[in-house]
Ligand binder design. Structure first.
Ligand SMILES: NC(=O)c1ccc[n+]([C@@H]2O[C@H](COP(=O)([O-])OP(=O)(O)OC[C@H]3O[C@@H](n4cnc5c(N)ncnc54)[C@H](OP(=O)(O)O)[C@@H]3O)[C@@H](O)[C@H]2O)c1
Length: 335
């Protein structure tokens, strides 16, 4: 079969290529999925560039890709919840990527039946961003009536999170640039803040929850606009100590991170707040909850662009450029 493979760390164009490889062999707990579509996430180019090597060091050539939608072609002896021919979607477990390929073997516990009202391309756009947001809002203890700021409402994560937080009954502030304001409003956000023209800190004040999808100074600024005792969940800022340990980061790295977090930790203490860095994980049962929200029309898939497999590098570069509107997807059936 054909599969995109990472051949070394560095620039995208010089370190990935489509190669002919053996079909994956399934283990007893796995299903073999014929990939119809696979979406790109920033983590994919970050892995190629080596930014994740402290967490997971690659040996080359390495498989790539976490999101998939496709058809079950085979299953292991322990799998009773899926049948050959089922149309499914999944975020594959972190230790076994490989969805940018014609076939992928996936632990059945990460897999879910595809929402009946979505195409394969649409379904492939959901798992990673959807599970990230569900897991982050669980940590944030988001409740109906809470005021939440979601940064980057036009991004892959943000465009999902705005819809999800509205479905939970929250009041949603979100940020984006001028060109995206109108369609992000259509996602249901109560107040879309144009970061090119407005200072979000003047508008989203005293919020219960900040969902930090940007990191850098935005993580510290979250504490400025948070109410006393509020909660910040970050997917792009500095890992808190507990998460850094769970990620297996060594003592020296954790110590340097603690120094870097000094100001943030102080602000969290002063506000009697909660700060958590969330590293998402695969979860087929949670995907099933999302399937219901999608089928009940609370959440739509937002597709910026689809690319054929032969243009996978362009697809990765598109996401790397940082201005996607929703999700960018590889359509394996497009030539
Ligand atoms: N920890 C985890 O488990 C986890 C999981 C998923 C994602 N992540 C991380 O979360 C981050 C976001 O992921 P993503 O998939 O949403 O990325 P993305 O789709 O590439 O985000 C692009 C969007 O960000 C917006 N944006 C850029 N700068 C902005 C700013 N200053 N203010 C407001 N919006 C801004 C852009 O809007 P404009 O074009 O209008 O600027 C664009 O729509 C990435 O760093 C990713 O690696 C982490």
């Amino acid at each position: 079969m054909k599969a995109l493979q990472i051949t070394g760390y560095g620039e995208i164009a010089k370190n990935v290529e489509i190669r002919e490889v053996e079909n994956p062999r399934i283990e007893d707990d796995q299903v073999l999925i014929e990939v119809h579509a696979a979406s790109i996430n920033p983590v994919d180019y970050k892995i190629i560039e080596g930014a994740m090597r402290n967490i997971q060091k690659l040996s080359f050539p390495a498989a790539i890709g976490f999101d998939v939608a496709g058809t079950v072609k085979d299953k292991g002896t322990n799998v009773s919840d899926f049948n050959i021919g089922d149309e499914v979607f999944a975020r594959v477990p972190t230790h076994s990527p490989g969805t940018f390929a014609e076939m992928v073997a996936v632990d059945h516990q990460a897999v879910c039946q595809k929402p009946s009202n979505l195409s394969f391309v649409e379904a492939a756009s959901i798992p990673l961003v959807g599970l990230t947001s569900v897991q982050a809002f669980q940590k944030a203890n988001l409740k109906a009536g809470n005021k939440v700021l979601i940064h980057a409402g036009s991004g892959g994560v943000g465009s999902f999170a705005v819809q999800y937080a509205k479905a939970q009954g929250a009041y949603v502030y979100t940020t984006t640039s001028t060109k995206n304001v109108e369609w992000v409003k259509d996602l249901g956000a109560d107040r879309v803040i144009d970061y090119k023209k407005e200072d979000y800190r003047e508008i989203a004040k005293n919020v219960d929850v900040v969902y930090d999808t940007l990191g850098g100074n935005y993580t510290k600024e979250a504490l400025e606009i948070l109410k006393q005792g509020g909660r910040v969940v970050s997917i792009a800022g500095d890992p808190d100590n507990e998460t850094a340990k769970e990620l297996g980061l060594n003592g020296l790295i954790r110590f340097l991170m603690k120094l870097k977090r000094f100001k943030l930790d102080q602000l969290v203490k002063d506000k009697n707040a909660y700060y958590k860095f969330v590293m998402m994980h695969a979860d087929g049962a949670q995907l099933n909850d999302l399937k219901e929200l999608i089928e009940n029309r609370y959440i739509s898939a937002i597709i910026d662009q689809e690319y054929p497999f032969s243009k996978a590098i362009d697809d990765l570069e598109h996401v790397k450029n940082g201005h996607t509107k929703g999700k960018v997807v590889l359509n394996m059936k497009l030539s």
